[in-house]
Design a protein around this ligand. Structure first.
Ligand code: CP3
Length: 341
């Protein structure tokens, strides 16, 4: 049974709009916070297939979303490429050594890091109700590179952007390694049971236009081409957050089946610019869901109407905020499921 979400990603328009939320398995859920208190840190849970599968299933059991996104993180790839990965309380992730002044050759690759992640996918596939789609994911090369180079998050991705101008060949080596690694990792997720995969390019918006072409469009296109050749039946969703007026070029040139749309874009305007019938996903501001004013239902309707003549997956413009009240999520689900286009 393919299910509503998979059908929509494959370009079919159904009477209902499927729904899932980025970061739906996470800290806004009391059952997640309970498990985390018992199990310890984020990374330990991501590598514990039993816990990770349980966390992946929590929002499905509670809300009946149409898709289950693997509980994991985009920084698993740098970990497998040989950087040390730590999540320090209050400081965010740290990768060491940072690649800003070092070569990848100093790192020792360890693809066995992926095995528990594949096991999580396998377990989830067995547990998921019929018709609920299992979603795998990875970070896109540019976004992953920004962390590998700086060794941590930064406001403006300064180190990676400066490297792109100072020594593009050095950045190309890092990007190429991440491309190859991501093809291996996503193929593994698909072979373990992921039915669609999403490429998260959280920092695509920090690049100038010609840089966007080289570091966002080209690497994503290579990943999509390799995956599509091996697994033509598995749709790839591309989410180049913050790409603005460059999103249509991304949609046409990367080969992705569907595109994610962040909250800054006007849904009516962007719908006019994207290829006809290309499935779209996203656009609701996570902070509107957090605030939960009357405006929530109005905005949901505006988005549903703007995308009514193409396949549409309802989602947020970015991950759900961890302070979001459960009742607001319930209101959102009622508004989407109650809509008749
Ligand atoms: O929808 C999804 O769940 C997609 C998967 C995804 C996660 N993180 C899951 C996750 C993606 C695409 C990310 C992106 C990510 N992760 C970035 C890029 C910027 C962005 O926000 O898109 C960065 C820097 C990270 C690293 C990271 N992972 C941080 C800083 C944290 C929070 C610290 C902590 O100790 O919890 C995480 C944890 C994380 N990643 C969770 C999830 C579901 C845990 C739950 C939560 O925070 O609600």
């Amino acid at each position: 049974m393919p299910g509503l979400l998979l059908d929509t990603l494959n370009g079919k328009r159904a009477t209902q709009v499927p729904l899932w939320l980025m970061r739906q398995a996470g800290r806004y859920l009391p059952e997640y916070r309970d498990l985390r208190a018992r199990k310890g840190g984020f990374l330990a849970m991501a590598y514990d297939s039993e816990a990770a599968c349980e966390i992946t299933m929590q929002p499905i059991d509670r809300f009946g979303f149409d898709g289950a996104i693997l509980f994991s993180d985009i920084l698993i790839v740098p970990h497998a490429l040989g950087q040390k990965l730590e999540f320090l309380a209050g400081e965010g992730p740290k990768l060491s050594p940072p690649l800003v002044d070092r070569s990848l050759d100093e790192l020792t690759r360890d693809p066995s890091r992926y095995l528990p992640i594949y096991e999580t996918v396998r377990r989830c596939r067995q547990r998921l109700p019929e018709g609920v789609t299992m979603l795998g994911f990875a970070g896109s090369p540019w976004t992953v590179a920004t962390y590998m180079i700086a060794g941590e998050g930064s406001h403006d991705q300064h180190d990676a952007r400066a490297l792109a101008y100072r020594d593009p060949e050095a950045l190309q080596v890092i990007i190429d390694a991440i491309v190859d690694e991501t093809i291996v990792y996503l193929s593994g997720q698909i072979e373990a049971g992921a039915e669609a995969v999403q490429l998260f390019d959280s920092w695509a918006g920090s690049l100038a236009p010609d840089e966007f072409e080289r570091w966002v469009i080209a690497p994503n296109a290579r990943i999509v081409a390799a995956l599509t050749e091996k697994h033509p039946e598995v749709p790839v969703i591309g989410f180049p957050k913050g790409s603005g007026e460059k999103l249509p070029a991304y949609a046409r040139e990367t080969g992705v089946k569907a595109v994610g749309i962040d909250e800054t874009l006007d849904p009516v305007c962007i719908a006019r610019e994207l290829p006809e019938n290309m499935p779209v996903q996203g656009n609701l501001d996570p902070l509107l869901l957090l605030a939960g004013s009357d405006h929530l239902e109005k905005r949901v309707k505006i988005i549903l109407e703007a995308f009514a003549d193409r396949p549409h997956v309802f989602n947020l413009g970015h991950g759900i905020d961890r302070r979001t009240p459960i009742e607001h999520v319930e209101r959102l689900i009622a508004a989407v499921r109650g809509w008749r286009g």
